[in-house]
Ligand binder design. Structure first.
Ligand SMILES: *Cc1c(COP(=O)(O)O)cnc(C)c1O
Length: 357
């Protein structure tokens, strides 16, 4: 028997989630954001499932080239643009679109002439204070871009820093600042990530840019994807490789941070932080054994975790264990590990085989 740890991707769930986001923003085009290996689901697998999207968003030219080599010919946007001028050659040769967030990137474009010209997305910093031009700098940056031979269409985008909380008033402030920066410009506009697409109709504009929601998880800080009509696409699964009958007072795992309160069965499952299960998952983090919840106990090791099997006294070696997926949202596991579903999905490591169902 090989090590049973694996990830299963439900490609029908991916397709369902794209339809769900499109329904939520019916008048906008959809850029499916599939950076970071499709949020850990596989870049090409995600691109195939999201074939109905109007464009793809990725983080770097390498991801864009993998998509082009995979045969995808729809628009591909590099969400941080170029990191150095040398990338403009491959960008142009493969027809990739660029976000332009700083004056240096415009300087780079000014040194080249491309036929056909590159479409760009001028980024406005509307309050997240990460990438982008201040709203007051947009008119001048726009004029500069329009004057360059290397530049074709110019669109405007911003990124929402607070959309994970539908009650946070700063999203409305960001949208107002974006409208002001765009005033008078005849351009397509984009602001909404998953949170904006599902929680802020006024953020939909011409293009929505969902990532996480397409993979079935909620972008909001409470609740889960199912409550939003999404289906989790990733199941992270393994099996029990030992079941021990421990005595009251026995300490479990590194450091003995958890001690059996009574004589009890403890299971060992073949997954750990070496696979991307979060080491910070606390005692009590839910795990499914044969479809039923049991609590994690003791520290997460590199290759193993321990489980309190008092609710599953008949569980046996070889029984099914699910770390997250249907019946146990990654969002819920993330809350027990002080992280977010985004990080859990991206954190699956290279040794874990990924299959489609
Ligand atoms: C990653 C990213 C998105 C998608 O964000 P989600 O919260 O996953 O929907 C959208 N826009 C930009 C610029 C991004 O970098």
């Amino acid at each position: 028997m090989t090590r049973p740890t694996r990830v299963l991707i439900d490609t029908e769930a991916l397709r369902h989630n794209l339809r769900r986001v499109r329904e939520a923003a019916p008048d906008s085009r959809t850029m499916a954001v599939i950076k970071a290996d499709g949020y850990g689901h596989g870049l090409l697998r995600a691109a195939r499932a999201f074939a109905d999207a109007d464009a793809f968003g990725v983080a770097c030219v390498e991801e864009g080239l993998l998509l082009r080599r995979g045969g995808f010919d729809k628009p591909i946007v590099l969400l941080e643009g170029t990191f150095e001028a040398g990338e403009l050659g491959p960008v142009a040769a493969n027809g990739l679109e660029l976000v332009v967030h700083c004056a240096e990137q415009i300087d780079q474009l000014a040194t080249v002439a491309h036929a056909p010209p590159l479409d760009v997305w001028l980024k406005v910093d509307t309050g997240m204070h990460r990438l982008g031009f201040a709203p007051g700098e947009i008119a001048a940056a726009y004029e500069r871009l329009r004057g360059l031979a290397a530049v074709g269409e110019v669109r405007l985008m911003t990124h929402l820093g607070y959309a994970d909380d539908p009650r946070d008033g700063r999203t409305a402030e960001q949208l107002a600042a974006f409208a002001e920066a765009a005033a008078g410009l005849e351009v397509e506009r984009s602001a909404a990530n998953s949170g904006g697409a599902l929680g802020w109709p006024e953020a939909h504009l011409d293009w929505v840019r969902p990532g996480l929601a397409l993979f079935g998880a909620s972008p909001f800080s409470d609740g889960d994807g199912a409550a939003l009509g999404l289906k989790p696409a990733m199941t992270f699964a393994t099996r029990l490789i030992a079941v021990k009958r421990l005595r009251r007072g026995d300490a479990v795992g590194y450091g003995g941070t958890w001690v059996c309160p009574e004589d009890m069965p403890v299971g060992v499952a073949a997954v750990g932080y070496g696979d991307g299960y979060p080491r910070h998952a606390r005692n009590g983090t839910p795990v499914l054994v044969n479809g039923e919840r049991v609590p994690l106990v003791g520290r997460v090791s590199m290759d193993m975790i321990c489980l309190d099997l008092r609710a599953q006294p008949h569980a046996n070696l070889g029984d099914d264990v699910v770390l997250w997926g249907g019946g146990l949202p990654a969002e819920e596991v993330a809350r027990h590990a002080d992280t977010i579903a985004y990080e859990l999905f991206c954190g699956i490591t290279a040794r874990v085989p990924i299959d489609e169902v």
